[in-house]
Design a protein around this ligand. Structure first.
Ligand code: ADP
Length: 398
């Protein structure tokens, strides 16, 4: 019998879900509830190629979960009539405690709660999702799959920030890294496509979505990654700036900017949005094509930062077998891929085939030339499937 896993990804005002048949590696139905807590919430349930949309009031994640169950009852497949192997929860921050997917019990739930200071924007919502799912499916194994877990292999010299022992010990200040599920899947898939055992492949994974991060993966292990204590560090993102001078908070505080304003600006109003007013990369490309100077600058800032990380991670790895692009922008922007890798043939052995790059806008592609020492790949990420596999593995021991 094939194993079915309900994947739950609870955000602060949203609940995304995907019912995955792990053995067939496919989704049976998926959906999301958005604007939870606002006067009008929206829900979408997609099954057999049809989207069913509803609007209404959804006060909290409990109500959103009721909506999810109703959508499955009404449009199928009815969860009541199915045997779930597990519910898999995406949890953003697992701190230094969790280096693998973990079956949730009261103790695990309490540990995730103790990690809230490290991920105040994410872990509370993830916990809500866990609580409502445990209440509705008390007999189904619930598994937490952490964004940080894959990066627990980072060596101390890569995860240590050069700050006082007090900050490191008392406040758990260190690099944790995020998007781990995606980096794990894409690096493994890259090795598979190159015909190399995972243990032998060195891959630079560039996950470029609304959030963006780069990871150096050596033999299947994350050895450096661009996001740090929080998902703010590293690459330029949709609404986050990535790397900044650490003096910035003090500089702005002296000018009267409050901590709340600062936090909000860096999470919601920076990155592409700060530079151009929009965090939509498609719009950015259209504006660049139309000759918009702000858009051009923003594009160049994004591409330059990406290029710096590729160079840095090539040096960290010493030998690179593949550079793999994934997520919304990585999979769909030939223009950014070309800019980030332009002219790296002599230095790094990376040669992009311009025609193959332009043609790669969906699905899996190799976009390097036949003579390129390093393979350049475009690989759709599969975070839900990966979470489902991990959850099924923990629940059924397979
Ligand atoms: P999230 O981090 O929210 O999961 P996604 O991986 O879906 O994000 O990526 C969202 C980003 O991908 C947006 O900036 C969007 O504009 C961009 N994107 C999606 N499709 C395209 C496309 N065809 N061309 C350029 N950018 C795209």
């Amino acid at each position: 019998m094939s194993r079915l896993v309900l994947v739950v990804n609870a955000g602060s005002s949203s609940l995304k879900y995907d019912l995955i048949d792990v053995d067939a590696a496919e989704s049976r139905a998926s959906g999301l509830v958005e604007r939870i807590g606002e006067p009008t919430s929206r829900a979408k349930h997609s099954v057999d190629g049809t989207d069913h949309r509803t609007e209404g009031r959804c006060a909290d994640h409990g109500a959103a979960f009721e909506l999810l169950l109703a959508a499955f009852r009404e449009h199928g497949p009815d969860l009541g009539g199915l045997e779930l192997a597990a519910v898999g929860h995406r949890v953003v921050h697992g701190g230094a405690q969790f280096s693998a997917p973990t079956r949730i019990d009261d103790e695990v739930e309490a540990t995730i709660e103790r990690l809230i200071p490290l991920a105040p924007l994410h872990n509370p919502a993830n916990l809500e999702g866990i609580r409502v799912a445990r209440a509705h499916f008390p007999d189904v194994p619930q598994v937490a799959v952490f964004d940080t877990a894959f990066h627990q292999t980072l060596p101390p010299h890569a995860y240590t920030y050069a700050v006082s022992r007090a900050w490191r010990d008392e406040h758990r200040v260190r690099r944790y890294g995020f998007h781990g599920t995606s980096h794990a899947y894409v690096s493994r898939r890259a090795a598979e496509l190159l015909g190399l055992p995972v243990e032998a492949a060195n891959v630079i994974v560039l996950h470029l979505g609304n959030g963006a991060s780069a990871t150096a993966v050596a033999g299947g292990r994350s050895v450096d990654t661009s996001m740090g204590l929080s998902p703010l560090e590293g690459l330029v993102m949709g609404t986050r700036p990535g790397d900044l001078d650490p003096s910035l908070p003090a500089h702005l505080a002296r000018a009267g900017v409050s901590l709340e304003e600062y936090d909000r600006a860096l999470n919601k109003e920076s990155g592409l949005k700060g530079l151009t007013g929009s965090n939509d990369f498609r719009e950015l490309e259209d504006r660049v094509a139309a000759g918009d100077a702000d858009a051009r600058l923003a594009f160049d800032v994004v591409a330059h930062r990406l290029r710096k990380y590729i160079g840095a991670y090539a040096a960290v790895l010493g030998r690179v077998d593949a550079v793999a692009f994934t997520a919304g922008v990585g999979e769909h922007s030939p223009m950014l891929r070309a800019a980030a890798l332009d002219g790296l043939g002599d230095l790094l052995g990376i040669e992009v085939d311009a025609a193959a790059n332009d043609a790669a806008t969906s699905g899996e592609h190799r976009i390097s030339t036949a003579s390129s020492r390093v393979a350049v790949l475009v690989l759709p990420t599969q975070e839900e499937l990966e979470i489902a596999r991990e959850a099924a593995g923990v629940a059924t021991g397979a």
